[in-house]
Ligand binder design. Sequence first.
Ligand code: FES
Length: 377
Amino acid sequence: MNRLNPAVKPPLWLLAELTYRCPLQCPYCSNPLDFAKQEKELTTAQWIKVFEEAREMGAVQIGFSGGEPLVRKDLPELIRAARDLGFYTNLITSGIGLNEKKIDAFADAGLDHIQISFQASDETLNAALAGNAKAFRQKLDMAKAVKAHGYPMVLNFVLHRHNIDQIDKIIDLSIELEADDVELATCQFYGWAQLNREGLLPTRDQIARAENVVHQYREKMAGTGNLANLLFVTPDYYEERPKGCMGGWGAIFLSVTPEGMALPCHSARQLPVEFPSVLNNTLQEIWYDSFGFNKYRGFDWMPEPCRSCSEKEKDFGGCRCQAFMLTGNADNADPVCSKSEHHGQILAAREQANCTNIQINQLQFRNRANSQLIFKG
Ligand code: FES
């Protein structure tokens, strides 16, 4: 029960970021830049307590992510605990570290859903982006194994200026692997992606061409009776209105970091806002009563132009993290909005995308050494 605001509903989605350890080095990773500073991880028992509290409050879906969640040896135990509590369970993985035995163990534990991410449709580009030469072959094998185990096959491709022109090949690969759902999600700029934004943001022409290809494939596939669902997500840098990030701050989504910090979105730890730890508070206290979770609920916190905007109930002023990253103040309207006085930054980024020539090997890869360099300044 919320003592501060009775209008607050319980969370529906729990994202358990089990670890920041990861065998890949994707330069568009949304993990925090200083992830290498966070060495501690919640124990199995501590995670299960989080699941119990979330479920008790009414959460229905859980995502296991990271880093790479497969590096946690207790993953089958965590899946089983979440499933026994009644969660719909999702594993969000690169597929690196997966094998037939683990897929069997996850199936036995009751896992509902596996999403495998790919960097590209061919081995060379995939290796250049992931920083791992063997990753592509392993992903192909595991995608086939996941399908053979009867899971709905969900493939995720993060698109950016270096792979978006191969979108036809990406869709061909997804069809060949018999994917049921294909997420063609253009990179959103948080964490390492924000650091590398100039080298990742596609041009408007690239987006338009890709959208057109997806459209053609949808028509062609419908004609052949292929029901695979192609979901194309454009970057908000080419929108004039912001997204209603996370369905609203502290509205439906709750994320817990490897060491137990509770956040209203995966990116909020960068904000100058104090967020509580599940080690010192119950999830109920955190969700309903903590300062951090109440900070951007409702509309009273909004300055203009959001305060008097007729669309504020739809987009909630956009993304607080993006407002902070681009304007230095998380209270501001998300600069994606053309009404924001900072919208010029978005226009400048679009312009920059037309003339930049940053190559893949010039990007900052997400690895411990680079993270340590960043936080040591
Ligand atoms: Fe944090 Fe949008 S990612 S509010």
